[in-house]
Design a binder for this molecule. Structure first.
Ligand code: DGP
Length: 113
């Protein structure tokens, strides 16, 4: 999608601080980190949100989920981390390209706001 911020990051049009990349996904540091480690994982294929996914995306979604622990380990999150997928208006999703937040290196509060 030409006007999608994360598609532009995937295409390299907008620079990002990459932490992992393969043919299907890109992970990069969040520009406004909410924890000492805070990165996002996005599918390279544009999809607006979890609401936009279908059974055909099962392998891609599983790939994202299974990569989290590897990247987390690389970044030293041996004491745990939190995975968040903000979805839609009530979920306060601001960027309309599916992304998974991974936050760690501090004790995170619960419940969230
Ligand atoms: P969400 O509220 O779940 O849609 O989170 C969007 C996140 O994207 C937010 O934590 C800030 C991050 N973000 C927004 N613009 C940029 C950008 O240009 N670069 C990077 N690295 N992160 C961005």
């Amino acid at each position: 999608m030409s006007d999608c911020l994360f598609c532009k990051i995937v295409d390299g049009e907008i620079p990002s601080n990459k932490v992992y990349e393969d043919d299907e996904i890109l992970a990069f540091n969040d520009v406004a980190p909410q924890a000492p480690v805070h990165f996002l994982i996005v599918p390279k294929k544009h999809m607006e949100s979890l609401d936009d996914t279908t059974d055909e995306d099962a392998a891609l979604l599983a790939h994202i989920m299974l990569k989290i622990k590897d990247i987390a380990k690389e970044l030293g999150l041996e004491n745990g981390y939190r995975v968040v997928i903000n979805t839609g208006e009530d979920g306060m999703q601001s960027v309309k390209h599916l992304h998974v937040h991974v936050l760690g290196k501090r004790r995170l509060l619960w419940p969230p706001g």
